[in-house]
Design a protein around this ligand. Structure first.
Ligand code: AOF
Ligand code: ZN
Length: 357
């Protein structure tokens, strides 16, 4: 039996909860009866709620699934966490075969779920459609293996790589279809990160439940800028700015507007992004999407796991326009940063090139 299409279905189910499960993985599950008919599906809907396997199994009456096959994109868990182990329920229900997309990278589980199932006499088929399953949970994998926040950068550029003309105008380089896709991408990430330069130049709203603003000198207008209108805000600024400086808003104002000030290290006018990213991880923000100008994009590029580059078929043809990664003078092509193209999609008349490290 070819389980690839059913694994694809697990991925589709898992994606229904995109943006809802952090810090947990995205997981979907399909159950077949002993004649290989689909009798149930499920997915993990929210951190703290039932895992995908439990969700799918509990929709069935005990006995209905006896002798059946369970397909799931992540190894079933073996631990008592917020819910009891899925492996135990699978064994209890008399499932005879479990098909898994990838081994769990969570050290508490990692292989123990598979072992438990095999010891109970269940046939386990591993690594089906593995590359796609790993891609689905790239954030979870980075969090678990490195204890670091996953960093994606989004840019919208002309064919000649400019994010704005010399006068700063950038509305709009890409089409409405492309900008609609950006709204969808944002949902996958725990927070949007931007810079004071972008807030001041474009006054964007960047609708999201959490926003991070890099504002070294506290130059943004906390009272009027659109970015502060909704959501939870974290502002990283130079820790040397005194708490009694006139730029510092009052504690009660900050509370009322859901703004948290995060003092951070600055060396020679430059924010230390490795420190900022650690602080972001410690705040419980497991993934970010960066939407900013060339300077910030360039500074954070060494930490980027992914780039979403929207490209419009427009040519500025002017070397004074603003570049999307503007952080150095590169004298030769040997100095280029190299990424891999993961995917190319059309959002007419533009394209989206998705790149990874
Ligand atoms: C999920 N959903 O469908 C599966 C998970 O905090 P807990 O108790 O929900 O446990 C989370 C861990 O369970 C998670 O890190 C992963 O290792 C494992 N499997 N988690 O959230 C699921 N199957
Ligand atoms: Zn589980």
């Amino acid at each position: 039996m070819n389980y690839k299409d059913l694994m694809k279905k697990c991925i589709e189910l898992a994606k229904l909860a995109e943006g809802e499960v952090s810090p947990n993985p995205l997981v979907g599950c399909v159950i077949l009866d002993d004649k290989n008919n689909i009798i149930s599906t499920g997915f993990h809907k929210k951190c703290g709620e039932n895992h995908a396997e439990r969700d799918a199994l509990l929709k069935l009456r005990n006995g209905e699934d006896k002798g059946g096959t369970l397909i799931v994109n992540l190894e079933p868990c073996s631990h008592y966490g917020k819910t009891p182990p899925c492996a135990d329920l699978i064994i209890e229900r008399g499932i005879k075969r479990v098909v898994i997309g990838m081994k769990d990278v969570n050290p508490i589980v990692s292989g123990n779920g598979i072992k438990k199932l095999r010891e109970a006499g269940i046939e386990v088929i591993e690594n089906v459609f593995e590359k796609e399953c790993r891609e689905l949970n790239e954030i979870f994998i980075k969090n678990m293996l490195k204890n670091e926040t996953f960093v994606a950068i989004k840019t919208a550029v002309t064919l000649d790589g400019k994010i704005a003309a010399e006068n700063g105008s950038s509305k709009w380089i890409t089409s409405e279809a492309a900008r609609g896709k950006v709204k969808n991408l944002r949902k996958k990430y725990d927070a949007i990160l931007t810079s004071s330069a972008t807030v001041i130049a474009d006054n964007p709203t960047m609708a999201h439940k959490r926003k991070i603003i890099i504002d070294r000198e506290l130059k943004t207008d906390f009272y009027n800028a659109n970015i502060y209108a909704d959501g939870e805000k974290f502002v990283f600024y130079d820790k040397n700015i005194l708490s009694n400086s006139p730029k510092m808003p009052s504690k009660s104002f900050l509370n009322e507007k859901h703004i948290t000030l995060c003092p951070t290290e600055v060396t020679g006018n430059k924010i230390d992004f490795s420190k900022v990213l650690k602080e972001i991880y410690n705040l419980g923000i497991k993934s970010i999407i960066v939407e900013a100008g060339g300077k910030l994009n360039g500074s954070i590029l060494p930490y980027a796991d992914k780039i979403y580059q929207f490209i419009a078929p427009k040519i500025l043809g002017d070397n004074r326009g603003l570049s999307c990664f503007d952080f150095r003078h590169a004298a030769s092509i040997e100095e280029a940063e190299i990424f891999k193209i993961q995917n190319i999609q059309k959002f007419p008349p533009d394209i989206l090139v998705t790149l990874t490290k």
